[in-house]
Design a binder for this molecule. Structure first.
Ligand SMILES: [Zn+2]
Length: 306
């Protein structure tokens, strides 16, 4: 487990001390894919924590290190770097030191990595995306430079400071007695039905966003809304806020711009969708998605609780 040490990120000497010892370790992203170790059967995977010596093999293609925190047990520094996988750097990225490199979505869907390791990869992926897309100042167009171990960017010209952005998304499972509401967008894989979701807008509460998105997309009005769980979703920088809500109305009126179809499903049908045994070939989201967590939560509850 890694302690983020957020109160120490602006202490340059502290970070340099952690970096300068041979115990420092680095999570490497080859492009957006994490360099991992796994057993031959690919049933278990973990981050391959590399040393500074490993990285020295290709210093010119390495980004500056970003600070992830310290190992809670040993107190040693944990950092992340990104290596260039553009065509010009392809040979370096092919080095066995940096393979295999796997996308976090695959690792999460396969269920072969611990949540702690997935969290570090999610952090690294979101941070690098932020740095790579915030090269210039949005106030004066001056060049920005990295600060605070990668957790801040500062304009060299006007000194404006910006911090990593996070987009909150509500994901809600709506229930009515023994049924739940699932919908599919036009871009979904064939047969897939999922929960209602949408971005939280400025000035909105989480429950306000849940009510608005549900009404806009399906015409359903809600009674109480309860927050259940959350999930980092670094594609590229969201936080998924998982909620349960009870329907006040059940008549579905679709917004065709957002939703292709929506239906009420009983528990046994949802279980068959999860098991890929549904008579119509319908499916539910995989276990890497927070929608799956919400569905499992509902399936395990008794009918009287819903
Ligand atoms: Zn500026």
């Amino acid at each position: 487990v890694i302690d983020r040490q957020s109160h120490k990120r602006n202490d340059t000497g502290y970070l340099q001390d952690l970096l300068s010892v041979q115990e420092a370790r680095f999570l490497v992203l080859a492009g957006h894919r994490a360099v991992i170790d796994s057993d031959p059967e690919r049933t278990k995977a973990s981050i391959r924590w590399l040393t500074a010596k490993d990285l020295a093999a290709m210093p010119s293609q390495c980004s500056p290190p970003l600070f992830l925190g310290i190992d809670e047990k040993t107190g040693t520094g944990r950092f992340t770097v990104q290596i260039d996988t553009s065509p010009a750097s392809k040979d370096a990225a092919r080095s066995s030191t940096f393979r295999p490199a796997v996308d976090i979505r695959s690792l999460a869907s396969q269920g072969i990595m611990t949540d702690d390791d997935l969290s570090q990869i999610a952090t690294a992926k979101a941070l690098f995306h932020w740095h790579n897309t915030h090269v210039y100042c949005t106030r004066c167009a001056g060049p920005m430079q990295m600060a605070d171990g990668g957790w801040k960017r500062k304009c060299r010209t006007c000194e404006a400071e910006v911090f990593p952005r996070l987009d909150p998304v509500v994901v809600v499972l709506i229930t009515d007695k023994t049924n739940c509401l699932l919908a599919r967008g036009a871009a979904f894989p064939e047969g897939l039905y999922s929960t209602i979701s949408g971005f939280v807008e400025p000035g909105e509460t989480v429950s306000g966003a849940v009510r608005r998105e549900t009404l806009e997309e399906t015409g359903i009005e809600l009674d109480e809304v309860a927050f259940v769980t959350s999930q980092a979703w670094p594609h590229p920088h969201s936080i998924m806020l998982g909620c349960l809500a009870k329907a006040r109305t059940t008549q579905i009126t679709l917004d065709p711009n957002e939703i292709e179809a929506a239906r009420w499903f009983p528990r046994d049908e949802v279980r068959r969708m999860q098991d890929n045994t549904h008579a119509e070939g319908l499916t539910a989201p995989g276990r890497e998605a927070i929608a799956s967590t919400l569905l499992c939560h509902w399936l395990e509850s008794t009918a009287s609780e819903c």
